[in-house]
Design a protein around this ligand. Sequence first.
Ligand code: ATP
Ligand code: MG
Length: 427
Amino acid sequence: MTKFGPKLQPVRGTHDIMGDKARTFRFINKVFQDIAKRFGHEEISTPIFEFTEVFKRTLGETSDVVSKEMYTFEDRGGESLTLRPEYTAGIARAFISNGLQQSLPCKFFGFGPMFRYERPQKGRMRQFHQIDVEILGVPEPQADIEVLALAVTLLTELNLMASVRLEINSLGDQESRHAYRDALVTYFSAHKDKLSKDSLLRLEKNPMRILDSKNDGDRALVEKAPRISDYYNDASKHFFAEVLAGLDALGIDYTLNERLVRGLDYYSHTAFEFITNELGAQGTVLAGGRYDALIEMMGGPATAGIGWAAGMERLAELVAPDLVPAPARPIAIVPVGATCQAKAIEIAQQLRSAGHRVEMSYRGNMGKRLKRANKAHANEAVIIGEDELARGRVMIKNLNDGKQQEVALDEVLNYLKPYLSLEVKKL
Ligand code: ATP
Ligand code: MG
């Protein structure tokens, strides 16, 4: 019993990340960063909290995120701050704050924790992690194709393409959106009595969001609602056709899904999700779209944008464990007796500086120390005893075959060198 209750627990919906999970996150991140750089993206890291307005104004008052999921608090100076629920709004804010319109196009990638007050369940946390990609300042459909190609490259290198399908839609430009919006208002207004309370509110503020509703009654109505493709103007049709032609040229398969509107208010044109059937209800692993209106809406210069975010936890759940490199096997340093301690630390330091992973043995008799070295999967144990040291030598024991070999102190680095190329690339 601790002062905090029977067992000290993390906050609901938050998790400690360690062991295999931490390694999987690191691996996915490494693959992601490598690919993002190949696509010409630069890393960005925006603050974990922003003024509440950054999210409230951009994500839309009726979005799930703003209406019920934000972690908003007043700081000691009385400012309303919000823990970031997603990356895009913060990156758009950073673009404006830093006057980056001089250096368009801007291609960013980022990784980090996001915070949403949701009902915790499998694949749905209150602190989760996203990897994120954005291209600012490219209104051409090439950017849509490129961010999708980046996503496909990532999912391919994580060996996940067989587990996901790409669903894609176009929300059209402003004009098409408005025409569609009017049609939806007319349709849903005629069925007001059957709409959920949330959707009644959406009907007033952003009727397209009703298409995204998870309420069964709403869903039945949505089935018969007007279809967006009937409201595209020529420009929107042309834009979408170019995006799809680009995907075809790259051999990227997709399914058209006219109900896919995305949860946030600032999207136009392309919207897409990579969905899996392997994670139960929380099947969207990567989602994004075009947001040409966002930066201007925030008070910046009109600047096109497109990007996506993927849930790290959901990706990690899908990635096959044997794809994740095992930790490097260490070299064990085993001093025998207190007088050898100083030399042991010196040798460990030399090996570590050369790039080896080194496990130090701290206590116990020789048998116990070697047992622990074996448990740590060490390749070799450098046994440092007084007698050998007096002769300027140490004993090195190969823990794979048990063979021992005396090695001169100034030969240790050289003797263990082969393990560097074997192990050092591992995470
Ligand atoms: P959903 O419809 O599942 O609530 P969303 O539209 O809120 O998804 P986005 O804002 O598009 O999700 O976030 C992008 C990705 O981030 C999601 O596809 C998912 O992989 C991940 N994600 C979103 N919310 C959570 C969460 N609470 N816990 C874990 N991962 C999440
Ligand atoms: Mg959500």
